[in-house]
Design a protein around this ligand. Structure first.
Ligand SMILES: N[C@@H](CCC(=O)N[C@@H](CS)C(=O)NCC(=O)O)C(=O)O
Length: 203
């Protein structure tokens, strides 16, 4: 399996999950400006949508969209991460978190990474901080979003928190979220994934 990624992008979640679950993953970096991969391939031939992540499966086909990629990986982690039984309420809770992270957090960062106006950035910041306040409440007394065991949603949330730090949001009042961030940062899988992407260790 191969992951097409860009350092520190949302593809980092899949990278962390694969490492956490000892999935053998080849990595291929994508330059999101030129849309060339590090092997000189035109990335549009891999993912016509032009964005990361994409995973190339062992049968040569490609899967895109972070939620689908994370769900695919979750189903191949051999229970090294918590992967609720299909049909169980926990399964839908995990989908609920993934849907929330991808639409309410991930997409809200767009003005910061796509040259938005100051007004767009201010509105986005208000929304993201409101959503993070909710996550902070949900994490009170919990190690991970789904309780005691890590799921793919935790890896995705971790990446969102690295972005919030990158754009210098003040997260100091979110004590549960900060504790979660420290716990995730301490995981060898997270440290290895950051190192492999050439990124500083999260602090
Ligand atoms: N809907 C996609 C969005 C992925 C996305 O936003 N990828 C960003 C990096 S985090 C990207 O590659 N942006 C470059 C572009 O859109 O051309 C998903 O959920 O996977």
């Amino acid at each position: 399996m191969k992951l097409y990624y860009s350092p520190g992008a949302c593809s980092l979640a899949a990278h962390i999950v694969a490492d956490e679950a000892d999935l053998r993953l080849q990595l291929e970096k994508v330059d999101l400006k030129s849309h060339k991969t590090e092997n000189g391939q035109d990335y549009y031939n891999v993912n016509p949508k032009g964005y990361v992540p994409a995973i190339q499966l062992d049968d040569g086909s490609t899967l895109t969209e972070n939620v689908a990629v994370l769900n695919y990986l979750a189903d191949h982690t051999g229970h090294k991460l918590f992967t609720p039984e299909p049909g169980s309420i926990e399964h839908y809770r995990l989908e609920e978190w993934l849907g929330f992270i991808t639409t309410e957090l991930h997409k809200s960062f767009a003005p910061f990474f796509q040259n938005g106006s100051e007004l767009e950035k201010r509105k986005a910041k208000d929304k993201i901080l409101k959503r993070l306040a909710y996550v902070n409440e949900q994490l009170k007394g919990e190690r991970f979003l789904m309780g005691e065991r890590m799921t793919v949603a935790d890896a995705y949330l971790f990446v969102m928190l690295t972005w919030a730090k990158k754009v210098e949001f003040d997260l100091s009042r979110f004590s549960s979220l900060n504790a979660f961030f420290r716990r995730m940062s301490a995981r060898p899988s997270v440290q290895r994934a950051l190192r492999e992407e050439g990124l500083p260790l999260a602090a």
